[in-house]
Design a protein around this ligand. Sequence first.
Ligand code: SF4
Ligand code: SF4
Length: 345
Amino acid sequence: MSETSKPKLAIYWAASCGGCDISILALHEKLLDVAANFEIVLWPCVMDFKKSDIEALADGEIAVTLFNGAIRNDENAEWAHLLRRKSQVLVAYGSCAIEGCAPGLANFSDRSQMMRYIFHDAPGTDNPDGIDPQTEVVTEHGDTLTLPAFWNTVRTLNQVVEVDYYLPGCPPEAKWAEAALDAIVAGKLPEKGAVIGLDVTVCDECPRKRSEKKISRFYRPYEIIPDPEICLLDQGLFCAGIATRAGCGALCPLVNRGCEGCYGPNEGVIDGGAKLIAALASVLDAETPEQMDVILDTLPDPAGYFYRFSLAHSVLHRAHLTGKHGTRSVAVLAEAPRLDPKLKD
Ligand code: SF4
Ligand code: SF4
C-alpha cells in the first residue's frame, strides 16, 4: 500500500502523563503492522508534527484518532475540537480521556487554590513579586507570547466533543489498542459508543479464592502481609475489583495489590464511585449506619479511593469550596453530559 492510500491514524495526548502513549509503544513488533496499515499523521510523543499539518487536512480525512488525556486547558480543548473535525472515528483512549483520572482529581480543588499553592506557597517557590502566570505577555521586543488558559474544572473528552469509542485503562493494556486497530483495518468496529474491552469485573479475572465477605476493618497495604491465595478484600485490603471493568488480567491483585479501579465501572454504571461504595457497603460486617461509619473510618482517603479515576466524569463532577475558611461542600451538578463548547471554566 502506498503511503497516501493508507488510512490515516492520529495519536494525541492532552492532559496526560504519557503512560497511554507508552502503552501503544508496548505493541512492540506489532507497531510495524500499525505502520504498514496506517499512515501516522500525528503522534507528538514519538514524532514531530505541526498543528498546521493537521489543519491542512480535509475534514474527516483522518480515519481514526486515539486521544488520551483529560481536557484541562484551552489547548487541550482546541485539539479535541480539531481532531474531532478531522477524524472519522474518535477514540477516548485511557482513563484520563474517559473519566478524568488523576488530572480530574484537581476537581477536588479549584484553579485559584492550585495557582496560589504552586506559584506562591509551595516549598522551593521563589516568587518575591507574587507574579501569577499570564495567558498573554508582550516582550521587550514587542512580541506577544501566549499560554493556554488553565481551566477551573477538568473535563473528560466526551464532555467537550462527541466520542465514538472508549478504550479504558490507566493505561490500557496494549492488546486492546491492537484489537481496536485490527477492528478498524477489518472494518469490524462495534456499535458506536461501545467500550472496547470486556464486560465482566476484575473479580471475574482474578484467581484468588473468595468467600462470603464480612469486613470488620480495612488495613493499609503496609500493615499486613496478605495471603497470596485469598481475596484481598476478604483480608481487609481495599480492592476495587468488585466494581471495576475487567481487561487488565487482574494485574494488581496478582501481585498482592488491591485493584485501584483504573478500567472504570462496568457496563451501564453511571457513577463508578457510587457503585463501588454500594458494593463495599454490602460486604461490611455492620448492621447499622454507625457501625458502617466505624469501619469506613479505617479507609484513610475515601474520596481518593472511590473517585481516584472517575471524579471528573462522576455525577459529583467537582467539589465546590464555600465559606470564608474554604469549607468544602460537594455540589451535585445537574449538567448535560457534554458541555457547551464555549464554556471554558
Ligand atoms: S490514563 Fe493513566 S497512563 Fe493514560 S495518560 Fe492518564 S494517568 Fe497516564
Ligand atoms: S482480590 Fe480483588 S479482584 Fe480479586 S477477587 Fe478479591 S476483590 Fe476481586
